[in-house]
Design a protein around this ligand. Structure first.
Ligand code: SAH
Length: 393
């Protein structure tokens, strides 16, 4: 077994069971792409078994902190079984959920979503790539399913020096799928949709939004960064009479329109605007258009802390405009899925936006990713998705 030695003092995060080691913390040693290595401190103490990523800044990702544990097919079967067992204890209001959430499930780099009877996996690290066949077999054995689609096309693959790979890994068939979320039906295509097809992490927030729309008597809604209209369907279900979905993806908006009809809502209650959100917010302001509720669910502006400052300005700007476009007593559901923006910083950004817009509001909701996208105590980076529900005063 190959060994990697950590620089003196740089073993601290591993001792705290944080699973990443950056390139600058490695003193010497290495392995092939994805190879399992024994990681030791400068004085030769065992730290973990890890996957080696020769090209990534994250040079090592820990598989196990237990010296007696072997990293083999049975290891992956155990971790997958544990991840599935956790989900079976949650009351998930959907037939689609995240089965494996990377680091939080002790499987760095591996994402697996389940859409009905179809599994979709992202192998986002050299280690996950190396064990792909064993992981695929373990997933089918643990779920009793037969279809697994690979969506290894996320940016992280590039950082790992891995090529894009997509297609059926096990089984085959139609990539178009209809799922049930709460009382709603939603469609997606696992081959073409964003991420693995749908933003499952916002499931709980969509429910909360539907409830808030009803509770606060919201009539008009502007759903910014709507993707396929999950929050728009929620708004219609909550009783909104005029809902606008805004996104820069034409195919996503076509699906949003289709979702209105699929869920039995009158098409006259929904509009889809294929446009840039920033330009749209400014245009609405200029035209004097106002809304009872606005959703802001932008893409990741800050993938890492290094991008936080520029991202903060971008978040603040859209939130400021949204505050100005809200009717008094209106609701802002605002989110950030940037790992580089901590929840307290996000709160400060929204506060700054309110200050600039000259409005204050009550925080009526604090939102985060649904529990099938778990956070763990030892991996604070896992807290990527945060949101606030603000009632404008
Ligand atoms: N709220 C959605 C998920 C949003 S993901 C849900 O619940 O499913 C972010 C979306 O923002 C993507 O659909 C992407 O196409 C869109 N997007 C990114 N930049 C944009 C921009 N500048 N203007 C409009 N839409 C944008």
């Amino acid at each position: 077994m190959k060994k990697v030695l950590i620089r003196p003092g740089k073993e601290r995060s591993l001792v705290k069971r944080h699973p990443w080691v950056f390139e600058s913390s490695v003193a010497r040693g290495g392995g092939d792409s994805g190879e399992t290595v024994r990681v030791e401190s400068a004085d030769g103490a065992f730290l973990c078994w890890a996957a080696f990523s020769p090209q990534s800044q994250i040079r090592l990702r820990a598989w196990s902190f237990d010296e007696a544990e072997r990293i083999d097919a049975a290891f992956f079967a155990r971790r997958i079984a544990q991840a599935i067992a956790m989900r079976t204890r949650l009351a998930i209001a959907s037939d689609a959920w995240r089965l494996v959430h990377g680091e939080a499930d002790g499987l760095p780099g591996l994402i697996v979503d389940r859409y009905g009877d179809t599994l979709v996996a992202q192998f986002g690290s050299a280690g996950a790539e190396r064990w792909k066949a064993q992981i695929a077999d373990a997933l089918l054995a643990a779920t009793g399913l037969t279809r697994l689609y690979e969506r290894s096309d996320a940016q992280a693959r590039e950082w790992e020096g891995l090529p894009v790979q997509t297609g059926w890994l096990r089984g085959e068939g139609d990539t178009a799928i209809t799922i049930r979320e709460h009382d709603w039906q939603l469609t997606l295509d696992v081959a073409e949709g964003h991420k693995t097809g749908y933003y499952l992490d916002q499931r709980d927030s969509r429910r909360r939004f539907a409830d808030a729309v009803r509770q606060f008597g919201v009539k008009s809604v502007l759903n910014c960064f709507s993707y396929t209209g999950g929050f728009s369907v929620a708004a219609l279900a909550g009783g909104a009479s005029q809902v606008v979905s805004v996104d820069s993806s034409g195919p996503a908006l076509a699906r949003a329109q289709a979702h209105v009809a699929l869920n039995g809502f009158d098409a006259g209650r929904h509009e889809a605007w294929d446009a840039d959100v920033n330009a749209t917010l400014r245009r609405c302001l200029h035209e004097g258009r106002r809304f009872d509720a606005i959703v802001l669910d932008p893409p990741k502006f800050a993938p890492t802390v290094a991008h936080a400052e520029r991202a903060a300005r971008a978040y603040k700007d859209i939130n400021r405009l949204a505050f100005m476009l809200l009717n008094d007593g209106g609701l802002l559901y605002t989110f950030s899925c940037s790992g580089g923006i901590a929840p307290d910083l996000f709160h400060k950004i929204v506060a700054g936006a309110g200050l600039d817009a000259g409005v204050d509001g009550y925080i009526v909701e604090r939102l985060s990713a649904a529990a099938d996208h778990p956070q763990t105590v030892c991996f604070p980076e896992g807290d990527y998705l945060k949101g606030l529900g603000v009632l404008k005063r």
